[in-house]
Ligand binder design. Sequence first.
Ligand SMILES: Cc1cc2nc3c(=O)[nH]c(=O)nc-3n(C[C@H](O)[C@H](O)[C@H](O)COP(=O)(O)OP(=O)(O)OC[C@H]3O[C@@H](n4cnc5c(N)ncnc54)[C@H](O)[C@@H]3O)c2cc1C
Length: 545
Amino acid sequence: MKEAADEAVDEAVDVVVLGSGAAGLVAAIAAADAGASVALFEKSDLVGGTSAMSGGVIWMPNNHHQGGSGIDDSREKALAYLESLSLGQIDSDMAATFVDTGPEVLRYLEERTPCGFRLIATYPDYHPEHPGGLPSGGRSLDNELFAFTELGEWADRVRNHRGTAPLMLIETPLGGATSMPEGAVIGERIKAKQNGMGLGLVGALLRGALDRGIEPEMGARARHLVVTEGRVTGVALETPSGQRTVSARQGVIIATGGFEWNEELVRTFLRGPMTGPAGSPDNTGDGLEMAMAVGARLGNMRNAWWVPVARVPGEEVWGKPHVHLILLERTRPRSIMVNGQGVRFTNEAGNYNAMGGSFHAFDPSKFEYPNQPCWLIFDHEHKRRYDVAGCPPGDQAPDWMTTADTIEDLASKLGLDPEVVVATVTRFNEHAAKGQDPDFGRGESAYDTFNGDQTLPGVEATLQPLDVGPFHAIAVESGALGTNGGPKTDTRCRVLSSHGGVIPGLYAAGNAMAAPTGMVYGGAGGTLGPAMTFGYIAGREAAAG
Ligand SMILES: Cc1cc2nc3c(=O)[nH]c(=O)nc-3n(C[C@H](O)[C@H](O)[C@H](O)COP(=O)(O)OP(=O)(O)OC[C@H]3O[C@@H](n4cnc5c(N)ncnc54)[C@H](O)[C@@H]3O)c2cc1C
């Protein structure tokens, strides 16, 4: 912690925002609209953090887009749903604040920025059969396409690992589509630099910030908070032109994302193995370390937004190993996951975040995590029909996949007991042929079939036997979209002090804060919904000082 007397202050604004992901951009916009002068600092040379790499889907219960579509949602239902999943981890005041404020944030962004949202009408919640869950969807929203021509020179300064994203999520299999727009339509969109998903969201929010005169300062890494008589009054930055201190008259908002790329913090805090961070590599927990240094109380530190991932040898992005999210691969028919003992260990079609728990199961006798890593095994018909970890559908199996003519030989190549794996596949196949999974209930939840092959009827969308050789396998490991533990806040996003009360002048939002929904990913968009809601609250509260 630095006392102000140590620092030569180079400039002063009302509100300093650290980080230009969705949480930081919404915070900056909201603070400016509340009358504050705002400075936004971004460590990277690119705007947008993991938010720009994301699907951009936003989970907002009880939102105004539900109107007239027969969706039976309410504040009470949403709160009952979160409470049913809380396992004692969710602060009910934080949950109520999220549910009550989220819809206002959507309207506000639609009215005051170029953001546009559209219901993904059929996307079920991630635990749709829980009390208050919506099996037919209604809480997940997609982004309208946003033309990057609107961003001028900023168009090339947004974090973008795809090159172009000319689709909305509802036009892809992840959003439930069974066919894509025609090539000519996509071509027109590329020409017009129209992007959807996380790129579209960040592009529109960035435009909103620029329209308010807020130009993110790039390559500016916040290193520590300045404290004057117990109040956070500024931040010291490392910039390409040297160290600088900026004073914040009203408040500093930490929106620096999670700590998923900081191996030491991952080892220290997370409840189990996490070997595949999937988001922006600049998320190294700087916000967490700054908050700890000024005595912040911490919360939700064991958790992350878990996701199974796979690596393709040699693939890198921004100098770090690139991981593929394994979502549809394990949900579509003719594939299963087996662990190091050659047996299934979970409903493969379950949601990725809750599945983190399966990867963290511990065998006390062997003193090991038997499910980490595991193997995705699929038959050739699956390979022929579907994309697997970025390998397009077709007959040709790349050399990074393990392939064999029989399940027995495949197991041997993987170093697994062939007898056990053959028995596992035989049992799965017998039941899958009847549309059943008595072991793990795959196909029973509305969620399981949504991300399956929607061209197939009923549970066949996820359950069919693996019976066409050759057979293939890839390794799957425990990854994270981001971590979600950090400084604990009150409902006004004020960071709480380990000595009691709040730390005056300090706010947190997004993955940098202790997640308001605990370990719960309510539905598609379950991280961005809260991140944007609490970014909005943090911006307004900081502006009010
Ligand atoms: C492939 C993928 C798809 C996803 N899809 C979805 C989805 O559809 N819906 C959903 O809800 N969630 C999704 N997620 C998760 C979601 O993207 C994140 O949870 C969310 O973007 C976090 O937002 P944030 O603003 O808190 O952090 P980020 O967007 O990561 O932004 C944090 C920013 O802070 C900057 N920063 C870090 N340290 C400093 C510092 N010291 N000083 C200044 N700046 C700093 C970082 O460089 C970064 O730009 C997805 C994640 C991935 C990887």
